[in-house]
Design a protein around this ligand. Structure first.
Ligand code: C2E
Ligand code: MG
Ligand code: MG
Length: 293
């Protein structure tokens, strides 16, 4: 009976999305849903384990000098039986549940411990962490983050929070209030994946954010698409006029790097400079690496 009901609800979901409101049970969708359901359950255990989750760090480069000035912390999950699970497969579903609170808390604490360790070793980097829309609805999100920063004895300037355009575009007083608190405390706020949402520019401009990260979809099209070139050049100019620092993500070739630098893009991330790497490797990488500008 459980199987029959599950299949029924699967078909019902599909029918809800289908034109005409009709759908037949699809074993493929059923499998996909069962897997995401299972992953979501297993993620709870991952948060309690001490060896399934880790952070990797992708260097962020000053486009003019080539110096590494920061790093983005990216979550990795190695499932005990399924192996590595791509972030795109589990993060969006976790982000729809209350589990996103412990997820972000885990990421923030791990990143803060890492900043502390790097500082002790003489490495000063600004670390960006990705934060979800739901985190902004938590009461005391900012307060608890500030407490954690304090407990680790690091500077608020060593942390940056990335929110997607859709997270901040939920035009609520809560969003503006939390972001203002963060900025007042000296924490940088970046708008991630810029250009993928449909936000009202006037609203975005009122948000207390200081960094705009151009979505890698546009950056990866720069060599082939005249339209993407126009868009990115325009975004950079507009963002500067509005007082943002501009970061490009997904820089994969020297040609794209040069274009962005010539257009005045401030900072960049991408496989051309470095892929995300474990913390110990980043230490070595910064020791020797500067990209010739
Ligand atoms: P994002 O925040 O936009 O992160 C950038 C993604 O682009 C990362 O994928 C990174 O590995 C990838 N990337 C960087 N440079 C290049 C490049 O040159 N070429 C290509 N093809 N890709 C590049 P990743 O690590 O798979 O993360 C995917 C998304 O998952 C992130 O997008 C972010 O939205 C989410 N995510 C990752 N870690 C966390 C986390 O700790 N918390 C939350 N809430 N979301 C996270
Ligand atoms: Mg990001
Ligand atoms: Mg992004």
């Amino acid at each position: 009976p459980r199987d029959v009901l599950r299949r029924l609800f699967n078909a019902l979901d599909d029918a809800g999305l289908a034109e005409g409101g009709l759908a037949q049970y699809s074993p493929a969708h059923d499998m996909k849903n069962m897997r995401s359901f299972m992953l979501l359950n297993d993620f709870k255990l991952a948060l309690e384990s001490d060896d399934q989750l880790s952070l990797v760090y992708q260097p962020r480069i000053d486009m003019r000098t080539g110096a590494c000035i920061g790093a983005e912390a990216l979550l990795r999950w190695t499932h005990p039986t399924l192996g590595p699970i791509p972030p795109a497969e589990f993060i969006p579903s976790v982000e729809e549940t209350a589990l996103v609170r412990p997820l972000t808390a885990w990421v923030a604490n791990t990143a803060l411990r890492q900043i502390q360790a790097w500082n002790a070793a003489g490495l000063e980097l600004k670390v960006s962490i990705n934060v979800s829309a739901l985190n902004l609805d938590e009461t005391n999100f900012t307060e608890r983050l500030l407490d954690a920063i304090d407990a680790h004895g690091v500077s608020t300037a060593s942390l940056e929070l990335e929110f997607t355009e859709s997270a901040v575009a939920r035009d609520s007083a809560r969003v503006t209030e939390q972001l203002s608190l963060l900025r007042d405390a000296g924490i940088d706020v970046a708008i991630d994946d810029f250009g993928t949402g449909y936000s009202n520019l006037q609203y975005l401009q009122q948000l207390p954010a200081s960094v705009l990260k151009i979505d890698r979809g546009f950056v990866m099209g720069l060599e082939t698409s005249e339209r993407d070139r126009t868009l990115v050049r325009t975004i950079i100019a507009m963002a500067h006029d509005l007082g943002y620092r501009v970061v490009a993500e997904g820089i994969e070739t020297p040609i794209v790097f040069d274009m962005l630098r010539d257009w005045g893009c401030d900072e960049g991330q991408g496989y051309f400079m470095a892929k995300p790497m474990p913390a110990t490797d980043l230490m070595l990488w910064t020791g020797k690496a500067t990209i010739a500008a």
